[in-house]
Design a protein around this ligand. Structure first.
Ligand code: COA
Length: 211
């Protein structure tokens, strides 16, 4: 089973709201988020940590999470134990997926279309045909993008692999000979999100308020 926790809140958070949330995290993590220049980016990233902590505790994780939290050479975060996870944030959303069987990847994107060149070199000719047929090609382009990025995050190499190397066919995203099942995460208009996981798993979406 995959649990997808979704937080939607308007960033940047006012200090009255943010201060008690920040205090739930170890100073080392808060300090490391300072690499991000914008307040809202720091808050989104740290809210991802808070969502992760709650999701892992719900699954019965009893370890010292922040001692065991690390990132690999490609930037993929991990915690020793049986629960692979993935984090993503964009605009007013933070999303965390936790699995109990195999890697997962999640991606959320706010739709901010700057022109057709955004999609250059990303889609195969078949995917381009799909876009042309779509009622809302911009939204569909972003949706297919999140499918590819979610699969790349499950893979762990993320965007070090060219996006066009991910082949989409319905609800399957293929990277080399590995197939990932991809599924939309329904969000409000203006956003798209996708989950990628080993085929054949159920998922549930939990709306979290982090209170
Ligand atoms: C990960 C990546 C796809 C981010 O995409 P984005 O749309 O800007 O941001 P998202 O919010 O969707 O995802 C960010 C989250 O992805 C996760 N992440 C980072 N690297 C990852 C990886 N290689 N695999 C899976 N997840 C990764 C992190 O949790 C990060 O959030 P955090 O920093 O708050 O913990 C992009 O930064 C990337 O491809 N990074 C690769 C890093 C790289 O080049 N490493 C060098 C050697 S391999």
């Amino acid at each position: 089973m995959i649990e997808v926790s979704v937080l939607t809140i308007s960033f940047p958070l006012p200090d009255s709201l943010w201060s008690p949330m920040r205090q739930r995290l170890p100073p080392r993590l808060v300090e490391s988020a300072k690499r991000l220049r914008r307040t809202e980016d720091r808050q989104r990233s740290l809210c991802g940590r808070l969502l992760l902590e709650r999701a892992l505790r719900r699954r019965g994780y009893g370890g010292n999470l922040w001692e065991e939290f690390s990132t690999d050479a490609c930037g993929k975060p991990r915690v020793a134990g049986p629960f692979p996870f993935s984090l993503s944030h964009s605009g007013d959303y933070v999303v965390c997926a936790v699995s109990d069987r195999g890697a997962v990847g999640v991606d959320v994107e706010r739709i901010v279309f700057r022109g057709a060149q955004e999609f250059d070199g990303i889609f195969t000719p078949e995917e381009c045909d799909e876009l042309r047929r779509a009622a809302d090609p911009v939204r569909e382009g972003y949706r297919l993008w999140t499918m590819k990025e979610a699969a790349l995050k499950a893979d762990g190499r993320a965007l070090t692999v060219p996006v066009e190397a991910v082949r989409l066919s319905g609800t399957v995203a293929q990277i080399e000979d590995k197939r990932w099942a991809v599924a939309d995460i329904p969000l409000r208009p203006g956003y798209v999100a996708c989950l990628a996981a080993e085929p054949g798993q159920d998922s549930v979406c939990i709306w979290d308020a982090l209170q």
